[in-house]
Structure formats: C-alpha cells, structure tokens
Write a protein that binds this ligand. Structure first.
Ligand code: GLC
Ligand code: GLC
Length: 624
C-alpha cells in the first residue's frame, strides 16, 4: 500500500500545497508536511477491507454519481434506537431501495443540550446511549456488507464546550486556548458584531459567549455551547484533518462537512463563504483522498445560489473540493413553485447556477432535519419583476399557513424581525398540505397534498445527484407533537420535523389506499425507475432548466454524452396543460414514470414526467 499511497500523494499533494499556501502563506510547507505525514500513517493503518473498498472506488470513481444511488437520512436513535438496532432496520432500508444512509447524531455529543447532536464532545466514539465504538465499527461493516454507504456528520466549525480541547483550554492550556477564538473584553466582539449575522437570534443571540472560568468572550456562531474553532491557527486544521482521517479508517464513506461556510472569519464581511473556507475544504479533500480514496466529502453549505457551486470546486480555475454538496437551491425553488403555482422563478434561478465540475454531484432533497432558509436571490427575483425580500417574506408566511389560500401548517424558525428574516420548520407532509386536509376531512385536498409531495420527490429523483429521502416522508409521517412540551426542545421548532420512526405507520405501507401506502408506493416507483434510467447518471452529464412555454410547467433537460437526453416536466399548476414537444426528444422516447401514457406532452395538475428513451446503453449505429 506504500506504493499506492505514493501514487495518490503525487496526485494530491499539489492540491494540498496550493490550498495551504492560500491560507497559511509562509507556514504552508510545514503544515503540508504534517498533513502528509498524518495521511501516510492513516494509509499504513488502514484495515484491509477498506483498502479493498479504496481499490473498488479507484476503479469506479463515479460511484457517487451513479443513478443507482438512493439516500435516506435519519436520526439514528429515532430510527433504530441503538447502533445494534440498525440491523433490524436493514430489511426496511432494502425494501425501500436505499444504498446510502446519512445517520445523524451518532458521535458523542455534549452532555445536556447539544443542538440535535451538532455539539460534539468526542468525535471518535459514538454517543454512549447508542453503543460502543466496536458496535459502531460493526454497524459500518454490516452496512457495507449490505451494499449501503454511510454518511456521517463531521462538525468541523466548532466543538462543544465540554470537548477535551475546551476542557483543557479552561484548565489553562494555551495550546488549546489557541484552537478557539477568545477575547478578554467586549472590544473585539463589539467590533465584529457590526458585520456578523445571527444564526439563532432567538435561541442564542449574538456570536460571542462569556465564559466564567476563562474570563473571556468565546466566539460562538451557533449556540452558546458550540465554540468556533480558529482556522487561522494551522494546528486546528491538523487536528481536524486527523479526526477526518480516523473516521475514514472507521469506514465512513461520506464525511458531511457541517457548516463549512462558517469556518473562516473576515472582518467587514458576514464571515461566511470566504475564499479560505473553500481552501480548507480543498486541503481536507486532498488529505483524505491520499489516505482513504473510498471516502468523499459532502459540503453542508446552505448558502446563496451564487455561492453554492464553489463548494464543488467551481472557481475561476476549477479546484478539487467537495465531491458532493446539498442542492438547497433546488429544494427552496421546489417549495416556492408549490406556493406560487409558477415555475418561472425556479427556472430562471436554477439556470443561473454555473455547471458543477466533472466528478462532482449533489445531494438533492425535499426536507432535512434543519429549517428551510428561503435562499431566494435578489437578482433572480428582480429578473422576474419580484422583490427578493418580498418573496422571502411571502414564503415564510405561506408555509406557516398565514397567507390566503395557503395549504401549509409549518412553524416559524428563528424569526429575526429586525432584518425581516424568518425560516420554516415542518415535515414535508405538513408543509404540503396533508395536515390541513386531514383536519378539514377534505379528500380532494388530501389528494392534492400527496401529489405535491410526489411532485417534489419526482423532481429531486430526476434532476441528477443523489436523492435523499428524509425519514418519515416515505410514510407521510406528520410533525412530532411532543417537542413543545419538552423543556430541552421547546425553544427550537426544528424538533417538529424530527419525529421518531413510527412502526405502526410503517405497517400501513402496503395499504395503498392510505396516505402512507400511497407515498411509499410512489417512492418505491421513483427508486426503481431511477435505477433503470442511465440518463440520470451524473458522470459528465448536465442538467439545465428550459422554458416549457407554460408558466406552470417546470422543465429541465439533461444531457449525457454516453446516455443521451432526458426531459423532465413538472406541472406545478392547478390545471391540466399540454406543452410543446421538446426538439431533442426522439419518437422512441416515453414517459419512464408512466410508460403507457398516450400523450407524453399532456400533464395533469401536479404531474411529473421523465421523458427519455428507455433501456441501457443504446447500440452504436452501424454505417449504412
Ligand atoms: C448545521 C446543522 C444544524 C446545526 C448547525 C450547527 O447547519 O445541519 O443542524 O444547527 O450546523 O452545527
Ligand atoms: C446552518 C445552516 C442553516 C441552518 C442553521 C440552523 O447555519 O447552514 O441553513 O438554518 O444551521 O439550522
């Protein structure tokens, strides 16, 4: 493996050095040496079965871009109870057709409140309530044996205030104090506050927290117990990269770089999306790739559309950065289309995104464990004659059910009246109208609500990238109602959409007349059709929205040099419509979702079509 390591090092070390030079200037070489050394040790210690996995993926580097991939995301405790409990859920995941899981809140979090598992006390052992580290390793092996890849959170912007580094800092260790950002008085914090936004204005106002033991102000972007690491200190990067390497040697396939956009602070800016945050991701990528090529990085950068593709390495010159990023713009535009019954803003906004670099792809999703931040760009809105601020406020109001004609029953999250910002919590079913329809006993409204969820999932399954099913959506699970009574969760409405897996509901999945049975069947269908559709493989393929000449129809066009064309159509309106034929579609194309459709250009309200020539690789035409 030493030879393999050297080959990988030759490939990646230039990337590493270039990234570090941009962050650490004169000190870059020394930092590079330390990181290469850590990578070498990791490669040396790497278990044989993971080396075999490396080899497989070096042969199939586009594994995460394949149309075979289908993801599922769940709080591990809420889905399976414990690490060993995951065994009992594998059959369920198989039945749904999942081969990538993102389990949340696995590593040892802070005692007491921990921001849903995002304040980490120890990155290298699981939450003791879930099991032991051996059980974690066993779970990973079992997932792998089952053909399932594992994504885990890597919370690298901050540690909890009871992490051993914070404990040592409090005990007086200067080395550990320098891993964080601390200030003796309010001078610097006050200066910085003039340009910093607040992530949790209600839960945790401001960006700094006084610590009685240290007698200093600690930088805390998120909750007061989440201490931001100081990446201007290269020791931080080396420590964090070492943990990433260890998790890679546990067999984690996808490391989700939590809040990566926040890792670099620059006075006079919002201290998000700074160039150095990208360089840090690039340095981590190079370090991990040298030692553990089976492991890839996922950017959790829930940012403005203009910033998004940078995390996949789209800069003035392309860089190898994260292989995967959350497509929050597609998610936001999906919900916006349902609220407005119009597709023009979505089409325009998504068309503005630069093409993602080869060898990268998206996590496409409808809901996740976080609130929805209404990332509507002012320029995109203006191009359609809308006010960005006005549209964002409309979406927040609409999805909390406070707008005429709204079908949603969501909850506000982190409202910040001073700047007119409000985000939204709620399960897909709540936001799409299921809760309201059931309350009203209105069958027609229920049908519409279910169609909305089916539509959003059909868009994300057909857009390219790895579609992620958020636990409970496949069952039409409603909001959790217990959170508001629990003092530990009451202040954070995100808990409304973090329910416990409902086995009674799951038992209804085979009853097609129930909302659960209907969504389960719809998701199963999407999984199967996606797997049979090589046009949805993302290797070298592109996705572009196109104008379907009907404001209610969202059209997207995919083109793959190997697999040809694909046209997606989603009617977000309330009326049946017929759109023009697309010039790239040949007569042998069908609607893969409804192969018997007579007229593939005719769409019922809330219907989605995936139009392509069915089958595997087409034969090469013979010369005549
Ligand atoms: C990410 C997580 C979110 C958490 C935040 C701080 O955005 O998804 O749940 O609150 O980071 O770690
Ligand atoms: C992170 C995410 C943001 C989310 C917040 C809290 O900042 O990037 O989207 O709202 O965490 O959930």
């Amino acid at each position: 493996m030493t030879d393999a390591f050297d080959a990988l090092r030759r490939d990646w070390e230039p990337d590493l050095r270039a990234a570090l030079a941009g962050v650490y200037g004169d000190r870059a070489d020394e930092v590079a040496e330390r990181l290469v050394e850590r990578a070498r040790t990791t490669a040396h210690d790497r278990p044989d079965h993971l080396r075999a996995r490396d080899l497989e993926r070096l042969v199939d580097p586009g594994w995460y871009q394949s149309n075979e991939r289908v993801g599922y995301m769940a709080y591990l405790d809420r889905f399976a109870g414990t690490l060993t409990g995951v065994s009992d859920r594998l059959e369920y995941l198989d039945e749904l057709g999942i081969d990538v899981v993102h389990f949340l809140s696995v590593l040892q979090p802070r005692e007491g409140e921990n921001d849903g598992g995002y304040a980490i006390r120890d990155y290298l052992v699981p939450d003791a309530r879930l099991g032991t580290v051996e059980e974690l390793w066993d779970m990973i092996d079992e997932l792998h044996d089952h053909g399932i890849s594992l994504c885990l959170d890597f919370v690298l912007n901050h540690t909890s205030d009871d992490h051993e580094w914070a404990v040592a800092a409090r005990a007086g260790s200067e080395y550990h104090q320098r891993l964080y950002r601390m200030f003796p008085d309010r001078t610097e914090p006050d200066r910085w506050e003039t340009c910093l936004p607040e992530v949790f204005p209600g839960l945790s106002p401001g960006n700094f927290t006084w610590d009685d033991t240290l007698e200093r102000w600690v930088w805390t972007t998120f909750r007061d117990f989440q201490w931001d690491l100081d990446y201007t200190n290269p020791d931080v990067l080396v420590e964090i990269a070492t943990i990433a390497l260890q998790l890679a040697n546990y067999g984690v396939d996808i490391l989700r770089l939590d809040a990566i956009a926040f890792t670099w602070k620059r006075f006079g800016t919002r201290s998000q999306d700074q160039p150095e945050a990208h360089l840090i991701a690039q340095a981590l990528r190079a370090t991990v790739a040298m030692a553990a090529p089976a492991t890839v990085l996922l950017a959790e950068a829930i940012v403005a559309p203009t910033e998004l593709v940078g995390y996949l390495g789209r800069h003035e010159l392309e860089r190898r950065e994260c292989e995967i990023a959350y497509h929050n713009q597609l998610m936001v535009q999906g919900w916006s289309m349902l609220a407005t019954r119009r597709a023009d803003l979505a089409g325009h906004a998504l068309a503005q995104l630069p093409r993602q670099p080869d060898r990268t792809t998206w996590f496409t999703y409808v809901r996740c464990h976080d609130d929805i931040g209404w990332a509507i760009d002012d320029g995109d809105a203006a191009a359609l004659g809308l006010s960005g601020q006005g549209h964002r406020e409309f979406l927040a109001r609409f999805f909390r059910g406070d707008f005429p004609g709204s079908f949603a029953r969501g909850l506000p999250f982190s409202s910040n009246e001073a700047i007119g910002d409000e985000r939204t919590s709620g399960m897909a079913s709540t936001l799409a109208g299921v809760a309201a329809a059931l309350d009203a006993g209105d069958d027609a409204a229920l049908d519409q609500a279910l169609r909305r969820i089916e539509l959003l999932y059909a868009v994300v399954f057909g857009y390219g990238g790895i579609p992620i099913i958020y636990m409970g959506d496949e069952l039409c699970q409603p909001d959790d109602t217990t959170w508001a009574d629990d003092p530990a969760r009451r202040a954070d409405s995100r808990w409304a959409h973090r329910p416990t897996f409902d086995t009674a509901l799951a038992a209804q999945r085979t009853a097609p007349s129930t909302p659960t049975g209907r969504l389960w069947t719809a998701m199963r269908h999407l999984v199967d059709v996606r797997r049979s559709c090589p046009q949805l493989d993302d290797t070298a393929a592109t996705t572009q929205p196109f104008d379907a000449h009907d404001v209610a129809v969202f059209g997207w066009f995919r083109s793959s040099p190997r697999h040809g064309q694909f046209v997606g159509l989603a009617n977000v309106g309330e009326h049946p419509t017929r759109v023009d034929t697309h010039p790239a579609v040949t007569p042998d194309a069908i609607d893969l979702l409804d192969p018997d459709a007579g007229d593939i250009w005719q769409l019922e309200p809330l219907q989605v079509r995936w139009i392509a020539v069915p089958g595997p690789l087409a034969p090469v035409p013979r010369p005549v």
